[in-house]
Design a protein around this ligand. Structure first.
Ligand SMILES: *Cc1c(COP(=O)(O)O)cnc(C)c1O
Length: 380
């Protein structure tokens, strides 16, 4: 199907009408086991930790959307990340971005370090730092772009080249961009990871994760680990992600258009000190973002003029923007990273400015969203 456009793949890849009934939507195969015609003679499925047709449809659809030959789905983004990190052996080194997702930092530093993996964290938007810290025993380079919550941009093609020259592989957590806005495999990445909880699911109603790759040997190992370790998603969750991803292109267009207008509104607002959005021309990595992204996404961070109490008042005063963690759903959310999503990194190099406010811009009418921010900033 690789000659088809993204919008078509989002709806059809990995999915055919159900052979038994003609159902247009992939059924939720809510079963733990499958009848065998003879011993070991089955239709490709024997036990549901090992395989499930609803999961297969989602895996194949997400692989197609990331231009990957192989896809594996997991019960959460963190489960996908943990499984991928099992390719790194004790004593080996992982070079990660210094503002990775807080949960990623936590599993690297507080769980996997205990098993003999070594981690360094650098600013991936600074290629000299990447070159300086990569080592002969670096197994994996771990990048997110745009980053959370500072919306920094890393040059994926350049980092892939540095990683490969050092004999390492590149893993990109593409959760913030989604495959509609950015396809890391075409830029040289070996693995793409998603928290499907965010834009892929898109409706704040499911938790899930995925790994996509063209590396067939690594895929075989990861497929073994998916079954051996067992952090698999249930069929109902796969169905929700599969339904959500069908509208990903439409949603990302609107998320990005709304976010661009809101970033411009905030830039012009006298109560705002600084706006972080890769679609703004004054963003330090705007040129790189323009080169590797189709649009700039729905995430904005900004610093209001004032202190942490000012930021708290703004976040508590919006009415349409719900005060909540997470991101990527159709509804707009507002949060303060320091005491909320990034509380677990307080005191670490990932600690964020206590006045920083993060927006996950939804797909409501942008005028309503701007009015909501205007009244919250006015009364702050
Ligand atoms: C949410 C998120 C994760 C973790 O995913 P879960 O589905 O919550 O386990 C990983 N990376 C990024 C960038 C995320 O936003």
């Amino acid at each position: 199907m690789d000659q088809l456009h993204f919008e078509t793949l989002a709806i059809h890849a990995g999915q055919q009408p159900d052979p038994a009934t003609g159902a247009v939507m992939t059924p939720i195969y809510q079963t733990s086991t499958y009848v065998q015609d003879g011993v070991g003679d089955h239709k490709g499925y024997d036990y549901a930790r090992t395989g499930n047709p609803t999961r297969t449809a989602l895996q194949d659809c997400l692989a197609a959307l990331e231009n990957a030959a192989h896809g594996l789905c997991f019960s959460s983004g963190m489960a996908a990340i943990d499984t991928l990190l099992r390719l790194v052996k004790p004593g080996q080194h992982v070079l990660a971005a210094n503002d990775v997702y807080g949960g990623t930092y936590r599993v690297f530093v507080r769980v996997l370090s205990e098993y003999g993996l070594h981690f360094d964290f650098v600013d991936m938007s600074n290629l000299d730092q990447v070159r300086a810290v990569i080592k002969p025993d670096t197994r994996l380079v771990w990048v997110e772009t745009p980053t959370n919550p500072l919306l920094k941009i890393a040059d994926l093609a350049a980092i892939a080249e540095i990683a490969h020259r050092a004999g390492a592989q590149l893993a990109v957590d593409n959760t913030f961009a989604s495959p509609y806005l950015q396809q890391p495999i075409g830029l040289g990445a070996d693995f793409v990871i998603h928290s499907t909880t965010k834009y892929i699911g898109g409706h704040s109603d499911v938790v899930g994760g995925a790994i996509l790759t063209n590396d067939t040997a690594a895929y075989q190992q990861l497929k073994f680990l998916q079954n051996a370790v067992g952090a698999v998603p249930g069929p109902q969750d796969c169905f929700l992600a599969l339904r959500g991803v069908k509208t990903l292109p439409l949603r990302m267009e609107r998320h990005s258009a709304n976010a661009q207008k809101i970033a411009e509104f905030l830039t012009d607002h006298p109560g705002v000190k600084r706006v972080l959005y890769p679609g703004l021309e004054d963003h330090p990595n705007h040129v790189v973002a323009k080169k590797q992204m189709r649009l700039y996404g729905g995430m904005i961070s900004f610093l209001p003029i004032g202190d942490a109490a000012t930021a708290k008042r703004i976040a508590e005063k919006t009415k349409l923007f719900a005060l909540a963690e997470s991101l990527g759903g159709v509804e707009s959310l507002i949060e303060l990273p320091a005491p909320m999503t990034h509380a677990s990194v307080a005191g670490s190099p990932l600690e964020v400015d206590p006045t920083l406010i993060r927006l996950s811009v939804g797909i409501e009418h942008v005028d309503d969203l701007i009015e909501d921010l205007r009244q919250a900033l006015a009364t702050a």
